[in-house]
Design a protein around this ligand. Structure first.
Ligand code: ATP
Length: 247
């Protein structure tokens, strides 16, 4: 049996009157890629933020690489990384300075070589001297992705990794992510609204609705189960409360 890289049990998050995440349980086996899908406000970002320790859960447990994240997440954090449109990099530092600072923070050996190699992979070489704050949204996304791979994470959490990228850049980034995942054997959990991305990258899908997991399976199995041609149609069915038993 494969080792579980991520194990979430009965996880909930309440904000005053809103229950953003409502008792979800799931696990992600080591080396696999799992998608969190759901409409706006379904609880994807809140779930990822709790996994990263940015938000304290109201209840439940999280284990990442066997580490109880509620007790002491530090042994796991150095082996993880993340991208999120809600967490910015320092605007006044150049791209090169940003990557260098994070490489120091992560204690990377042979920093210059690692930064140069990621800059080349993410097509950042021409941007290295520019301040991060002066970049376009898509350029910032590429920098954030390079930053996320600096420490060669074993677990990668990604919130909308290609949201602001043009189709060609998004395609390149997906290939890079898939290549990294296959080469390193990393475990990836990503939230996305892009169904083609999910079908291409993910082994399993967790369908979230109003903070609950309403379905879970391999992308192809979901398409088959709902009698549809694509994951996009399944997503719309679930969002609109389609009852497959009556079809
Ligand atoms: N800090 C907060 N205070 C109050 N409510 C919050 C807070 N953060 C999130 N929520 C609420 O929790 C619910 C889940 O939000 P979350 O951002 O996790 O959804 P999401 O699935 O990531 O949505 P989207 O696809 O729109 O990014 C929403 O109803 C949201 O309004």
């Amino acid at each position: 049996m494969r080792t579980l890289a991520i194990e979430v049990r009965d996880l909930s998050k309440r904000f005053d009157t809103v229950t953003a995440v409502d008792g979800i349980s799931f696990s992600v086996p080591e080396g696999s890629t799992c998608a969190l899908l759901g409409g706006n406000g379904a609880g994807k970002t809140t779930t990822l933020a709790m996994l990263l320790g940015l938000l304290l859960p109201s209840s439940g447990s999280i284990r990442i690489m066997g580490v109880d994240m509620m007790r002491n997440r530090y042994p796991a954090l150095s082996r993880m990384n993340f991208t999120s449109p809600y967490v910015d990099l320092p605007h006044r530092l150049t791209v090169k300075q940003n990557l260098d600072v994070y490489a120091r923070l992560y204690g990377i050996r042979r920093r210059a070589a690692r930064v140069a190699s990621l800059a080349q992979r993410f097509d950042l070489e021409a941007l290295m001297g520019r301040t991060y704050g002066s970049l376009s949204a898509g350029q910032r996304t590429r920098v954030a992705l390079a930053k996320a791979l600096l420490n060669e994470p074993e677990v990668l959490l990604m919130d909308e990794p290609t949201a602001s990228l043009d189709p060609a850049s998004a395609d390149t980034v997906r290939s890079l992510l898939k290549g990294y995942q296959e080469k390193s054997g990393a475990t990836v959990l990503l939230a996305s609204h892009n169904m083609q991305e999910v079908e291409r990258l993910c082994d399993t899908v967790l369908m979230l609705k109003q903070g609950r997991i309403v379905d879970r399976d391999k992308p192809a199995m979901l398409v088959q189960k709902y009698g549809r041609d694509s994951l996009e149609q399944v997503f719309i069915d679930i969002a609109r409360d389609y009852d497959r038993r009556t079809s």
